[in-house]
Design a protein around this ligand. Sequence first.
Ligand SMILES: Nc1ncnc2c1ncn2[C@@H]1O[C@@H]2COP(=O)(O)O[C@H]2[C@H]1O
Length: 254
Amino acid sequence: MQLRILGCSGGIGGANRTTSFLINDSILIDAGTGVGDLSFSALTRIEHVFITHSHLDHIACLPMLVDTIMGSRNAPITVYATETTLNVLKKHIFNWAIWPDFNKIPNAKAPFMRYSLLELGQSCCIDQCTITAIPAVHTVPAVGYKLDSGKSAVIFSGDSVCNTEFWDIVNSTENLSHLIIETAFSNREYELANAAKHFCPLTLLEQLKFLNRPAQVLVTHLKPADSELTMQEILRDHSNISISRLEQNQIITF
Ligand SMILES: Nc1ncnc2c1ncn2[C@@H]1O[C@@H]2COP(=O)(O)O[C@H]2[C@H]1O
């Protein structure tokens, strides 16, 4: 199974694309601006979109994805998220003002897009990949995802400062191969990181002390202003962890 990183930046500009990961051809984890680089035919193969939370950098391409492929698929595209996140999408995005309600187009019985509730702790198995919503702590209700092929598992923190339950799940995942974890800001933005409920290297490395499995740690969601500095601070101060920057277009086999 392949996880392709379409975007993993905390912002835009130049080659930066915001969070979106593609599993094989058909499953998206978040729909940030990285989705926009896919070819039209690759877009039409997307069937399932799992959303971590409602922030724009994680959903920016969802409305245009649905509009672009609507006439080219026989089945609706399914958007999975928690109830709160689905309600935000319904009320604030697919509300006819920001974007048409593709859950009612061409008609409510056979729409181009349907919603599927996936609550915290729930799993969904698609094409032999089990996707489980795991706890996240952010400024809006959020989840991370565990992606398990059976052979190995990748855990994605989403936008989150971690909590005990998160580490319990990470540490009890016996086949864990990769942990994708966010660090948006450098240490000089310590206060902003705390206010925005993101990690900076200081808080990330404190939390990584709870990791007791030999997984490859991949850092995501670096804000462009300080991305180099943030990685330097992580690499300078970490100890005994296999840690590197998650790269756009990286392919993780799991
Ligand atoms: N007080 C704040 N709380 C939350 N986000 C903030 C705040 N001030 C600035 N931001 C920015 O708003 C962004 C919203 O998306 P992010 O969570 O990726 O990152 C957040 C920060 O970069």
